[in-house]
Structures are given as C-alpha cells and as structure tokens.
Design a protein around this ligand. Sequence first.
Ligand code: URA
Length: 228
Amino acid sequence: MSKSVKRLKYYEFLNYNLIYNNKAINRYNRDNFELSEDKSKSLDLLKKSIINQKNCDLKKHAQNIVFSDGNPKSKIMVIGEAPGANEDQEGLPFVGRAGQLLDKMLSAINLDRKKVYISNIINYRPPENRRPTEAEIKRYLPFISKHIEIINPKILVLLGSTAMNALIGDEIVISKMRGKWIEKQFGSCKTSVIITFHPAFLMRQPAQKKLAWIDLKMIRDKKNNLKI
Ligand code: URA
C-alpha cells in the first residue's frame, strides 16, 4: 500500500472530516424524513383539499385516496398517471405490476422508493383502469402542480404521456419529447424535467426498454452532477 493511500485510510480511521470540519455535526438521521413543519403542514392541507373536493365522480368509486409514497425531502420526484386496483386498495402509488417494474428501473440507477418521492396526476382510481378524461386531468392539475411546488424537486421524472401532456403541454408526443431535459417552473419551484416511458407501456412494449435505459442513465448522470 502506498504512503498516501495509508495516510488516507488513517485519516478516515480518525474521522478526519468530523475533526477538521468546523460545521456543526448533524445528529439527525437523514433517512427519518423529518420534515419542516411548513412542508408537512402544506402536504396535509393539500391532501385534505383533495379529499374535500365536491362532485368528483372518481372519488365516489374509489376506495382510497392515493396521495404519494417515498421521501418528501427527496430532490427527485416521479409522477405517473393514476392509481390502478392495487394502488386503490393500498392507498399507495405504484404498488402493482407497473410499480414492480418502476422499482426495478429505479434500482438500476441506484435509487429506490425511499430515496425518491412518487405521486400521480390523478389521486383516485379511474373505474376499470381507464385513462383519465380531459376534464378529470383539468380538475386535478392544480393539485399536482401545488404538490410539485411543495416538494420542490431538482429533478422531476414524468412517466408516460398523460403526465407529460398534463404538465408540459398537449401538443407534444412522447416519442419526440422523451430523453430530453426541460427547465420548468411550478409556482416557486424551478426544476429539470425529463419524460420517459410509463412502466405499464414498457411491459406491453419491452423493446422500448432500451430507450428507457438511456433516459434512466440521464437521470443518474444529472443526479450525480447535482450531487443529489
Ligand atoms: N400507474 C400509474 O400511473 N400510477 C400508479 O400509481 C400505478 C400505476
């Protein structure tokens, strides 16, 4: 072992960073998702205002609200379309088959659902898993926009064309828009957005996984560049 490697190991052993760094030692566990009161209050209020909506047919047919999963302090937010049967039953997004593929996609770039924050454009399951209608998307758009503003991610991953058309624009198609960074502002939140295929689409069209892999590597590189 060279002298300099030995010295580094010695410094590591001495906890050199803690001894010579004059920053306060953070004694809080970073994984416990402790939220500032403001953020958790805002998330509670948002959830309540979704629950208290009047005249929403989706709500009448669903068993549970599907609000979010993951770490609200994460700098990476992932948004899908709408809950399916499993999500409706458990009250959590992406817990069915598409969710299993999403977990695999995240783990391929060293992420998991505890390291990101996951939600959907629509918070209640559309009957028979049909696509949400234009009117439903319009109704839920202010909620998901506020949700993004509260979480304030540095990277926003949109899964599939429903999320893309709702948040970026109706006139675009996913085959042209995926795999590109777009700078976008939601209220006070400025974020880098990337669109990729929805895992349910990838299950039907596995040949497209090679393109999704390109997108995932872009997310990994951005995350590393931003030191997230
Ligand atoms: N598909 C979605 O878009 N969202 C979910 O939560 C589950 C499946």
